[in-house]
Design a protein around this ligand. Structure first.
Ligand code: P53
Length: 502
């Protein structure tokens, strides 16, 4: 039987609390590591300032580990974009109304861990924080918008990083489960779709995983380049704990409501061989497995055969505890959620390769790039959808896709973002082919940063993804006023016609 494009397809948008919510000290919220992360731009990376007991000060970049013995602090002269972000905390009613006006069927949000557990290791949740999200979820329900909840999206309670060393410590599993089960219980009748962890395959450092190390030799930005061998080991061990935590969360969730749809999310923008040279072809394949390894674990339930070769490259020995294998095996995910922005090219002769989906080291001459150098490749999305469905035979969900770009507000207030419309249109054309021609079950599509938010990679406002413009600049000046872009009206028609009118 030929599968048609589903009438219940989940069209919508996505955001993350650390980039959108703000209200950083309201409602009893505790401090997260990302509150220590400055702004930045393409030339100047975001920084975390840290101080040792002897008064020495240094700074690390997003993706790096903090040096042992150093502690982050807020430097008065710096700007910290997460503190207000684009103020969803106060504007959620207005914003959800705008989402409803576009016809959203789903909205992907993340929960700020420190709003619920201010220190991460608190016994009892902060009722004020829960009430904020109760209100958000009820507002969504009012418009029949399905909430898709990411439990953990680049969110590290400062106390858990400082006191326990972050995810390298197995205690974090327990704290995470306390957090996750609080949410499952609270919204068991209201939320069906969950993502346990965002981009679990991204080798984060202090910012996302709370990790410390003494390796300061090499530039280590997981989003933009290779991670030093010593740090990679710490990161892989920390991610093992996250994988176990995610599997255990699935187990708890299924007891609370067997109808939940549980996913774990991976960054799976694609990678091609630069040429047909066998070294490029196999090199690209091996490189891709550094990302697929993690979805293999969450979808199939075990570390794949080739994991050892990756560990060897990083001179890393995985420490598992009794029961870990069983937990991973018995609690795989129901669907695979992934982000897709671009493709990169693997060139075996290039000295500087890149993480899968990271910025490209070797230019692909066939693709145009965004102003931030991200190659635009709609067909790559169809490729990746096929790659992932061939591999797992489970439903897929595109939970991030979109074009970060400069937007210009005309004198009459209009924002003509035809470049964004073109980007999204061409990607929708390709995922529709994946559904209608390749017969892949795709649950939905949530475009990234549907209302403008702070860029995770660069910390600037200038890199905008939204259908709705937020009046705020890179240093936090602005009125926070919302304005509809041309893409707002375009997406509204796309959803209304269930993808027929593009
Ligand atoms: P920005 C790259 C860098 C940082 C985070 O990125 C990333 C990626 C892409 O793989 O992952 C996701 O804001 C992430 C979002 C982020 C989005 O990509 O740097 O889940 O939080 O905002 C886009 O343009």
């Amino acid at each position: 039987m030929i599968m048609k494009f589903p009438t219940n397809f989940l069209w919508g948008g996505a955001t993350a609390a650390n980039q959108y919510e703000g209200g950083w000290q309201e409602g009893g919220r505790g401090i997260a590591v990302h509150d220590m992360l400055t702004d930045g731009n393409q030339e100047n990376p975001r920084r975390i300032y840290c101080k040792a007991d002897n008064g020495n000060i240094t700074s690390i970049q997003a993706g790096e580990c903090i040096p042992f013995g150093f502690h982050p602090f807020i430097k008065e002269s710096e700007y910290y974009p997460s503190h207000n972000a684009t103020d969803f905390y106060h504007c959620y009613k207005e914003d959800i109304k705008l989402m409803a006006e576009m016809g959203f069927k789903v909205y992907r949000l993340s929960i700020s861990w420190t709003r619920i557990f201010p220190h991460g290791d608190d016994k009892e949740p902060n009722e004020d924080g829960l009430r904020f999200y109760d209100a958000v979820i009820d507002e969504l329900k009012k418009y029949n918008i399905e909430p898709l909840v990411t439990i953990l999206h680049f969110d590290m309670p400062l106390n858990l990083a400082e006191k326990y060393g972050g995810w390298i410590n197995r205690k974090l599993i327990e704290f995470y489960l306390n957090f996750a089960s609080t949410l499952f219980e609270r919204w068991k009748t209201k939320v069906k779709y969950w993502i346990t962890v965002n981009e679990i395959n991204v080798l984060g450092g202090y910012w996302t995983l709370g990790l410390a190390s003494n390796n300061r030799k090499t530039k280590s930005n997981s989003n933009q380049g290779e991670t030093p061998v010593e740090d990679a080991g710490i990161k892989l061990q920390a991610i093992h704990h996250l994988l176990v935590a995610s599997a255990k969360a699935n187990k708890i969730a299924r007891k609370i409501n067997p109808n939940f749809m549980l996913g774990t999310m991976c960054a799976l923008s694609g990678i091609y061989p630069m040429t047909c040279k066998p070294e490029d072809v196999f090199g690209a394949y091996e490189f891709r497995r550094k990302a697929l390894m993690f979805s293999d674990i969450t979808m199939r339930g075990y570390y794949p055969n080739y994991a050892q070769s990756i560990f060897d490259e990083y001179k890393f020995t995985l420490k598992k505890e009794l029961g870990d294998d069983e937990v991973l095996k018995e609690n795989t995910s129901d669907y695979l959620a992934f982000s897709y922005y671009r493709t990169t090219a693997f060139d075996c002769d290039a000295s500087n390769t890149t993480t899968t989906g990271g910025q490209q080291a070797s230019p692909n001459p066939y693709l145009q790039k965004t102003a931030w150098g991200w190659p635009i490749d709609p067909k790559g999305l169809r490729f990746v959808l096929n790659e992932l469905y061939d591999r797992y035979q489970k439903p897929l969900f595109i939970v991030e896709n979109g074009m970060g770009n400069y937007d210009i507000v005309e004198e009459d207030g209009a924002i003509h973002d035809d470049y964004r419309i073109e980007y999204l249109r061409s990607h929708i054309v390709e995922f529709k082919k994946a559904v209608e021609i390749d017969q892949i079950p795709l649950l939905g599509y949530t475009t990234w940063g549907c209302i403008d938010i702070v860029s995770a990679g660069t910390g600037e406002m200038a890199k905008r993804y939204g259908f709705v413009y937020v009046d705020l600049d890179d240093k936090g000046n602005g009125t926070f006023k919302r304005k509809k872009k041309d893409s707002f009206y375009w997406y509204q028609k796309v959803i209304e016609s269930n993808g027929e009118i593009l």
